[in-house]
Design a protein around this ligand. Structure first.
Ligand code: SF4
Length: 456
């Protein structure tokens, strides 16, 4: 399928997203932005590994001078990678940092609880970006849609697309077109549907901004990689997507080889000819080979910057989209995949659940504890709880809002303290992290006993 035509958006001097340009691969630092040396070092590492855009979190106004210093040191070191400031809630911070960085990522709906005031603040922010030549990502997540939207449309993919369209209309009205848009969700079905609706709405409107794709809070390991491949490749094969991030609860440099492989191969429904032949699907569907039509011009020049399990990624890219689109109900035995890989792809496409569903953010400069280690421990100790959705989130500021659909949430507060959520309600606050997983398991057990008693 041909790639959807989008506006070209210039990011700094050297990079263009959209407009038929090659898919841009990006990632995000997980260092504290106030730790300038660590953030500079990590950005250099990520740029060297092929990140074409690096995002850093900017929690508040006090961090803005650090961003200026990080950029100064990067440029002095000869690194020209564009920087994206990641802002939550504070329009003041967004406005202050906009002239320093090449792009700012915001969710305008959380600028203010009052929708009219959020609109006013967004308009002021756009005026600053227009003046400074800074690009903007309007980035909405399934878990953090405001009441203003969910009261009207429910917590649905349609609501996500409609919410984005409102902010995009404001950009058009302000004659501001340096805009990229994203609608991430951890549920691949929701994520794919939201982007499809958004693409259709923008096409009807006659202004199609480039789209940033990602499966948010995908977790880590094989599951995180497979879930990202299933969601992102489904859209790439439909011609949707101009820039991608694979979010993993791991060091950010691990995200890049997977994203590069997806940019290279995800547009096509057929496996790589350079993949591990013995592990590849041996019988491809009749339409194998159709896809992006070679429309990612840089694909030939791309290669993963680190090791990837290409057989696993190819299998997810090939079979995941067919399952997600319900073109098939099972991966055929003739594909030659292991039961483990079949189960993982089936679950990533949300067709069959063989273990708990995990939601885990990648962590960022707001994370105040060892997220990866904790997530791995939670997975080990809850592996038997098939049917539950368990979230592990890196910060108390955004974590609770972002873990839509989770039955249980482990949210690190920093300072060795944790809050446990049951759906959207905090049920245990400020408990020591040394006992948090035990307490979570006790609560889950109590809940299950209560449920089986009420059913009997
Ligand atoms: S939820 Fe995770 S990725 Fe999002 S802001 Fe908090 S720590 Fe960062």
């Amino acid at each position: 399928m041909a790639r959807i035509e989008t506006l070209p958006v210039r990011i700094g001097e050297d990079l263009i997203i959209g407009g038929g340009h090659p898919i841009v691969v990006q990632t995000m630092c997980n260092t504290h932005t106030s730790d300038v040396a660590a953030t500079v070092a990590q950005t250099l590492e990520l740029a060297a590994a092929g990140a074409q855009l690096v995002r850093i979190t900017v929690p508040g106004l006090q961090d803005v001078p650090c961003v200026a210093e990080i950029k100064r040191q990067l440029r002095e070191a000869g690194c020209r990678v564009p920087l994206v400031a990641d802002i939550h809630f504070s329009s003041q911070t967004a406005i202050a940092v906009a002239p320093i960085v090449e792009k700012v990522r915001i969710n305008p709906g959380n600028f203010h609880p009052d929708h009219d005031q959020a609109r006013e603040q967004f308009a002021r922010f756009l005026a600053v970006c227009k003046q400074s030549g800074t690009a903007v990502r309007v980035g909405l997540n399934h878990g953090s849609l405001g009441r203003y939207i969910t009261d009207r449309y429910g917590n649905t993919p349609h609501a996500m697309a409609m919410a984005a369209m409102e902010w995009l209309e404001m950009c058009i009205a302000a004659d501001f077109y340096r805009v990229v848009v994203s609608l991430k969700a951890s549920n691949t079905v929701v994520m794919v549907q939201a982007y499809r609706e958004l693409a259709a709405l923008m096409q009807q409107r006659g202004v199609v901004f480039p789209m940033h794709l990602g499966v948010t809070e995908a977790g880590g390991g094989d599951s995180g990689r497979i879930k990202s491949c299933v969601g992102i490749a489904t859209l790439l094969q439909e011609g949707i997507g101009d820039t991608i991030r694979v979010s993993l609860t791991e060091p950010p440099v691990n995200e890049l080889p997977v994203a590069q492989y997806l940019a290279m191969r995800g547009c096509s429904a057929s496996p790589s000819s350079t993949g591990s032949a013995s592990r590849l699907p041996s019988s491809l569907p009749a339409d194998a080979g159709t896809g992006f039509g070679g429309a990612n011009p840089a694909a030939a020049e791309l290669s993963p910057s680190g090791p990837v399990d290409d057989g696993m990624l190819d299998a997810a890219i090939c079979w995941g989209p067919k399952l997600l689109k319900r073109e098939i109900d099972e991966i055929p035995d003739s594909a030659g995949l292991s039961d483990y890989l079949k189960d993982e792809i089936m679950q990533a496409a949300r067709r069959r659940f063989y273990k708990p569903e995990y939601i885990a953010c990648p962590g960022c400069g707001r994370t105040m504890y060892n997220l990866q280690e904790t997530f791995e421990e939670v997975q080990r100790r809850t592996a038997h709880l098939k049917g539950l959705v368990i979230a592990v989130m890196g910060c108390i500021v955004n974590g609770p809002g972002e873990m839509a659909d989770a039955d249980w949430g482990y949210v690190g507060e920093g300072g060795g303290r944790v809050t446990i959520y049951r759906r959207s309600e905090p049920v245990l606050r400020h408990i020591p992290d040394t006992e948090a997983i035990d307490r979570l398991l006790e609560l889950i057990e109590k809940d299950r006993v209560g449920q089986s008693l009420s059913e009997s």
